[in-house]
Design a protein. Sequence first.
Length: 291
Amino acid sequence: WRAMGKLQSKISFHSTKYRAEGSVGQVGCSSTSQQHSPAHSDGVTSVAALQPDLCVSGGKDKSVAVCSWRSGAALRRFLGHEREVTKVTPALDCSRVFSASRDKTVMMWELHGASGPSQHFPGHELVVTGLAVSPDASQLCTGSRDNTVCKWDTETGECVGRATISRNLVTHLCWVPGESYVIQTSEDKTTRIWDSRELQVAHTFPAKQHIQTCCDVSQDGRYCLSSSQGGEATLWDLRQTRRRVCEYRGHCQGTTACVFLPRGPALAPSIATSSSDSTVKVWHRDTAGRG
């Protein structure tokens, strides 16, 4: 784990840009980055915040690692997948971690339990590319390149729902906080809202021009964010209008991920996007950085 980025201000977009250059620079101070020991022996494919001082990651080395932000040390390492880990996500209470893999399976790990998986979810025919855990961690939704979204009982490992849509190659899933809805992006250029109770599509946003790569939901459940291989990200209203609110343009290549950032008392609502152009940008949520 190495601290990434050199902070630069892009005045033309009023956004912040982070570029990997081996060191960290902060405007107005001269600090150096803390060197962290690698948690994986190969490329890191997914990372998620676990607790204020912990994160969880998955790698091409087939492992799932729990690391400390403060010390940089890998505290736990879970092994069980037969191929590269594609996604990791924690339960809301952070007691469990779920991982998806190119071996077509999903596994559940207990943060303070045994090193082996506590539950196994097989059933997809191709690589699993999406994971979403219900707020109470009793249900899990998974998506795959096999055009299928599945719902699982996390205690029994039983598949309790399966839905298939032609050409729906799932790229990402996320659960709407406090609701029964799941957001999903796809290579068919659409973003869908699933009602997890019957595992049916409740709404489909207008198709974009490019493959949709990732999605996120604001903590208040009001907005959805989706990113695109076209280099932009789009903010959608999840309330009754379900309309497009804003677009964030400025990346030179495809946008690979997007996320709502925690909002402090004195901070404007912000989002972050990452791109194949080697940058991460931070935007004002409501003005796309132009305010």
